[in-house]
Design a protein around this ligand. Sequence first.
Ligand SMILES: *Cc1c(COP(=O)(O)O)cnc(C)c1O
Length: 470
Amino acid sequence: MDSQITRAFSPEEFRKNGHQLIDMLADHLSKNQSDDAMATLSWESPADQLRFWQDDFNSTRLDTPDELFKNVLSRSINLYSRNYAGHQVPPPAPAAVLGSLLSSFLNNGVAVYEMGMTGNALEKVVTEHLAHKFGYDDQASGFVTSGGTLGNLTALLTARAAVTDVWDHGYDQNNLAIMVSEESHYSVDRAGRIMGLGTEGIIKVPVNEKFQLRTDLLDEYLQKARSSGKTVFCIVGCACSTSTGAYDDLAAIGAFAAKNNIWFHVDGAHGAAAIYSPRHQYLLNGIERADSVIVDFHKMMMTPSLSTAVIYRQAKDSYKTFAQKAQYLWADQKKEEWHNSGKRTFECTKSMTILSVYTLMRMYGDELFKQNIEVLYSLATEFAALIRSKNNFELAYEPQSNIVCFRYSGGNAADDINKRILANLVTEGKYYIVNTILNDQFYLRTAIMNPLIRISDLAGLLERIEQTPL
Ligand SMILES: *Cc1c(COP(=O)(O)O)cnc(C)c1O
């Protein structure tokens, strides 16, 4: 009997299968870049999809993974398609994917220095590079965590630790609260609830007609919270919001936070990468006042998921988040050691995801991220102009980023019509876009994530919508 272990670790099988996979992916890239664009989604019902994989699972064993990988590719949404403008997930730059492969191969965790020597150093280098761009001094630093959701939770926990001893003593009487825009990502609300703040502890500030937090209401909302016995320990600014891509006025929020001695956190998961563009970085004015910022590399910085920077203006704050003993991990529990990142992260084992963005930085420099932001944000502006020029479409707002919401206008029945349009697009599979609810109405939502998209592709989308049988 062949040893499956010998086979599983065979260098020759790995070489052969690896080359085959890379060839398949390079062909996929090149087909997506050719003139006859590929399908974005080969839609299948969940039941049919499940049946396919149940049958696959029960079929004869494979000699090579080639057929399996082909099936996965053809049964997955194609983010490299020029007709993909759905959720805020990019087609990762291929070099970042190679970094991710190397990281998987090495399987170096980052919690403990020896288990991830390179990873710990890269996290410090990259987060300090970003901190510098945001206008922080050399007191700033950060680390990487698995996604914006966890990043927001981590920063809010730090904010709480900065002003309370809930970590050690629990709540005797919970009077803590945060303030956020009502357009903030649901992960902020979820983090607050996980922290036990409850509905009343998450104070949602209304937005203006551009979907930005109304900073003129901040004083009033804070007074109201205080007079009902709440201690507001953190305010969150969106840069930008998920639904509409609106940037909050960070300078005003920062001034408010400083005046009232409240931790200022910026959720820059999607839009903080605009710092790379001299043309768009004004959107982030005031970010230099934030106590903490998160940035998702897997959104606007072209890497595979999940890889999120959590950056602190005062790096020493980050050691307060989890003041906990883990005897078997570190020799000295109390020491502030940047190189043992598990002291500051929620995760224990965590892969070296930083290698993806670091590879892009070393190969293409800031210029890549600048171009990506500028191409995507300009496409959104052009797309918005195109929507405005058609009288059967309605633009929800002037986009500040690469997120554009609109609808096919149709009076009272507009919600139903747009729902049908969306359902039709998804099952047809050529285009993929999503939806959102704005002012209680159903809108089509696009996040333009692929910098190889052309305005003609987006025009094609509008034409397809116009042709939908209603
Ligand atoms: C995507 C997003 C998040 C959540 O990040 P994940 O990486 O998906 O966990 C948080 N905030 C904003 C503004 C986002 O766009």
